[in-house]
Design a protein around this ligand. Sequence first.
Ligand code: SF4
Length: 305
Amino acid sequence: MPLFFEVKMIEAHEGILNWFAREARSFPWRYDNPEPYHVLISEYMLQQTQTTRIAERFPEFISQFPDIEHLGKATNQEIILAWQGLGYNNRALRLRDCARQIITLHKGVIPHDYDALIALSGIGPYTASAILSFAYGEDVPVIDVNIYRIYARVLGNSDPIDANKSMITSFAESAFPKGHSSAWHQAMMDIGARWCKANQALCTDCPLQTHCKSAFNVQMITKKKEKKEPSHRNIPNRIWRGKTVEHLRNCSSFSEKKEILLSIILSDYANKEDTQWFEDIIIPALVRDRLIEYDIESDIISIAS
Ligand code: SF4
């Protein structure tokens, strides 16, 4: 256990909390006493979407689904349409399913318990901890990719991939000031977004500078080799799935003839190979994710009802 850096973090507590009180980024889901429902929605959205995009979409989503009951009643089509612009569309259905589980299993109250949270649809260790910390003020460590990177660097690892995961987890337990888990972890996220970035460490103005072993000594590693994704025409299939749902969202009846849809998303004439790929890969994946329905007889694809 790196006791020295635990002490350094304790020394940082007051300064970081003061800095965060003055300079926290302003988002529609950040309040002094945020509603657990707003935290749940924002954390779900934040799983794979940029904060600026969520800031644009969050108010409209909340006005359409103001609470768990409204969200739980949403049909597949309603929730898929409401998720426009947020990407990774199957999260929309998982979120709606999560609301239904909360209604059925917890009388509509978002659980205040890690094991109960993590049993819900689409909630993993990070989201469960974030809800406990940000919604309920629990003294739990929260580790997202930004916080992991910052702690890794504070402990002397320029590249978070080199860090010992159990050491970071253990450090995270002791790093935050008890009674201030929410402000501390949100402050870390802001530091990660503003200074301690994945591809750049702007140590000169970072509020953790005097507490960080890697300050002014971050070696930027050449970008790790990207994992090769299944693709078609050199574009990952997940992008094609997104394009398909996006086009259907914008159709007047939320449905389209298969061959027309395919030509539109390709912006090109669909050849035999394109049609085969669309039928064998894209349509089954979207049907499996409950995002579309495909009527083979009429050859019409629709947003799931
Ligand atoms: S001082 Fe530099 S390396 Fe350390 S947390 Fe700040 S930006 Fe990251």
